[in-house]
Every structure is written in structure tokens, then in C-alpha cells.
Design a protein around this ligand. Structure first.
Ligand SMILES: Nc1ncnc2c1ncn2[C@@H]1O[C@H](COP(=O)(O)OP(=O)(O)OP(=O)(O)O)[C@@H](O)[C@H]1O
Ligand SMILES: [Mg+2]
Length: 257
């Protein structure tokens, strides 16, 4: 099966001279969750923004379902739903008003929107928060609302930048039930960034480890653990830490090109 997203040799240097992506190539498989991992500043958000058309790379290609889609195009907006790392809500509008507003952005009819909002409220367990103005929502609930907003138009591809930051264990479990349901029941594809390795181990079929703007590893978490520790059973977190230490060490030695 062709990948949902293919990235070829992507470069991005910001105006201040910071090179955030340095020739990144990667593939995101369809109908599963792919997690992008990596240290702070590795280029994860730059990658996500490039896929969504919110940031223009200097070089390279982003193909979504084999098509090169122009930033801001209607095709792109229909195909993907996005919740970024610093998304904002209108503090005076309620959660329900945000959902209605989002449905109007996608020109959904009142009846379709009504039905979809009911589904999303159920999926993300937002029932008791609907009438609260956004300023009164807790951090975890805001993040669930962002995901519900991203899914309103039934995109095939959901892209989330650190969606579970600040979620308590119960909210996190509700969140993952919704995401796993999107993948299994609606044949959705999810690309997300996270620093929580235990949730990657449990919910992501694939991982992409970014270091210094390039891909250090792509594959399934089980293979990565075996690759890093062939003779022992280690957690994904320990395997990740070993990888990062080895990477830093080889940079210091000048051995990694
Ligand atoms: N708008 C910008 N202007 C200049 N430099 C930027 C900008 N956005 C990001 N950077 C720099 O680009 C590099 C990659 O940043 P990016 O936000 O993509 O990393 P990240 O992996 O998402 O980090 P984090 O885990 O902290 O979210 C960093 O060095 C960052 O400081
Ligand atoms: Mg980031």
C-alpha cells in the first residue's frame, strides 16, 4: 500500500539561520498511528507544520496520498485535520460554540454539523464542558477540544503536535480511546509528536525518531528496542535514551556524517 505521507529530502532553515530540517526523508503508513519522537528542538513541529502547509520548506517534497498538495489548497484542508502545539481558542467562546464555528468553516449543513458534534462530544467525553467558556477549560480538556475540532470534517489524516501534554491519566486514556477508534473504525491515519514513550509503545504502530532535523530511526517500536538492546528486554524509554546518548557521542567524536 502506498504511504499516507511521503517526505523526500526536506530542508528548512529559519530566517535567523537555525536549520530545523536537514534533508529529512520519511514515510507515514496508512491506517495506523505514527509517532514522531526526538529531543526538544529536533524539528518535530517544523516537520508537522511543513506537512500541514503551515510552513514552507526550502527544499524537498511533501506528498500526501501520492499528491503534491499546495499549501492552503482546499484538497489539503479536506484531507487533513490538524491540532498544533500552540493552537489557541477564543477565551470568551464556549466549547460548543467552537465546535459550531468549526463546522461552519467547513460549510457543513446544520443537520450534519449537529450529528457530527454529538459524535465528537461522545468520543472525547466533552459533555460536561460544552457550556464553559474556553478560558475556564483545563489544559487537558482544551487539548481534547482541539482534537475534536480537527476531526469535525471527517478527515482521513489527523496530525497532532504533542496532544497529550498536561492530560491526567484518565483524560489521556479517553483521548487514546478516541484516537484508536479513529484508526480502527474509520480507517484513519494519525501522525503525532509526543515525548511520552510509554504511550508510543502502547498505541503507535510506527515511530520516527528525529535528531537534529533528520531521521535517526524509522520502524516499529519492537524492532527499535531489539535494535538498541539485542541481548536484553529494555523499555522504549531506555532504548530511546541509549540511542540519543550514542548519537551525541558519535557527534562529539565527529564520526557521524
Ligand atoms: N519560527 C522560528 N524561527 C526561528 N527558529 C525556529 C522557529 N521555530 C523553530 N525554530 C528552531 O528550529 C529548531 C526546531 O524547532 P521545532 O519547534 O521544530 O522543534 P521540536 O522538535 O518541535 O521541539 P519541541 O520538542 O521543543 O517542541 C529549534 O532549534 C527551534 O529553536
Ligand atoms: Mg515542537
Amino acid at each position: 500500500m502506498t504511504p499516507a505521507i511521503e517526505i523526500r529530502n526536506l530542508y528548512k532553515t529559519y530566517r535567523n539561520g537555525t536549520e530545523a530540517l536537514s534533508g529529512l526523508s520519511m514515510q507515514v503508513a496508512r491506517n495506523c498511528t505514527t509517532a514522531v519522537l526526538g529531543p526538544n528542538g529536533a524539528g518535530k513541529s517544523t516537520l508537522v507544520r511543513s506537512v500541514c502547509g503551515l510552513c514552507t520548506p526550502d527544499r524537498g517534497e511533501v506528498l500526501i496520498q501520492e499528491r503534491r498538495i499546495q499549501p492552503g489548497s482546499r484538497d489539503l484542508a479536506t484531507l487533513i485535520g490538524v491540532a498544533g502545539q500552540d493552537n489557541d481558542l477564543d477565551p470568551d467562546e464556549t466549547a460548543l460554540q467552537h465546535l459550531w464555528f468549526q463546522s461552519r468553516l467547513y460549510r457543513m449543513s446544520r443537520a450534519t454539523a449537529h450529528h457530527r458534534i454529538e459524535e465528537l462530544v461522545e468520543l472525547f467525553q466533552l459533555q460536561s464542558h460544552l457550556e464553559k467558556p474556553a478560558r475556564n477549560l483545563s489544559g487537558g480538556t482544551r487539548r481534547k477540544l482541539h482534537c475534536a475540532l480537527a476531526l469535525i470534517h471527517r478527515p482521513q489524516l489527523l496530525i497532532l503536535d504533542e496532544p497529550t501534554v498536561g492530560m491526567d491519566p484518565e483524560v489521556r486514556q479517553e483521548f487514546w480511546q478516541a484516537i484508536d477508534g479513529f484508526v480502527r473504525q474509520q480507517q484513519g491515519t494519525v501522525l503525532l509528536t509526543t515525548q511520552y514513550l510509554e504511550e508510543v509503545d502502547r498505541h503507535a504502530a510506527q515511530m520516527i525518531l528525529l535528531v537534529d532535523g533528520i531521521s535517526g530511526y524509522q520502524g516499529c517500536t519492537g524492532e527499535f528496542k531489539k535494535h538498541m538492546h539485542p541481548d536484553s528486554t529494555e523499555s522504549l524509554e531506555n532504548s530511546y535514551l541509549t540511542f540519543i546518548r550514542q548519537h551525541r557521542h558519535s557527534i562529539e567524536q565527529g564520526g557521524l556524517q
